[in-house]
Design a protein around this ligand. Structure first.
Ligand code: 289
Ligand code: CA
Length: 149
């Protein structure tokens, strides 16, 4: 029946998605799975623009945690590599209004005490410390890449 066919195709869709996920996990073992998202690093370090570009080139985007569980997954990668990362969050467009890369206002944050402080007026990007806390930082600094897929 049409319904059976449709559900077979849906299964097939899920299967292909799962195979793609397995492929990604094998290619990038340094990943963390949270719900529907996978956070992964390749070990590359660069400034915000180059991290953003590399993630989208890989078919993902720069890690953009929307809750504490996602932030904890990113924190684990920071601890594993002992290197801070840049998130896919910034206030480049409007100072003091932090958004995701699509321009949406952030729905979750985990700022360190007294942050964001826009130190010297040049801090529009967001780094994650090994504590999982956030600091606004100059986008020109080099940080570890973590993409989400
Ligand atoms: O250049 C200043 C930064 O390295 C950081 O210095 C201190 O940790 C704090 O003032 C941070 O807010 C600042 O981003
Ligand atoms: Ca700061």
């Amino acid at each position: 029946s049409g319904q059976e066919l449709r559900s077979e195709f849906q299964n097939l869709g899920t299967l292909t998605e799962n195979i793609s996920l397995c492929f990604l996990v094998i290619m990038f073992p340094n990943g963390r799975i949270v719900g529907e998202k996978i956070f992964m690093t390749s070990g590359y370090e660069g400034n915000f623009d180059s991290l953003k570009q590399r993630c989208s080139q890989a078919g993902g985007q720069l890690a953009s945690p929307r809750n504490a569980a996602e932030n904890a997954a990113i924190q684990q990668i920071v601890v594993l590599y002992n290197k801070s990362v840049f998130l896919g969050i910034n206030d480049i467009q409007t100072e003091g209004r932090f958004t995701y890369l699509n321009g949406e206002n952030i729905v979750y944050s985990n700022w360190q005490t007294r942050e964001p402080n826009n130190d010297k007026g040049i801090e529009d990007c967001v780094e994650v410390y090994s504590s999982g806390k956030w600091n606004d930082k100059s986008c020109g600094e080099k940080r570890l890449i973590v993409c989400e897929f």
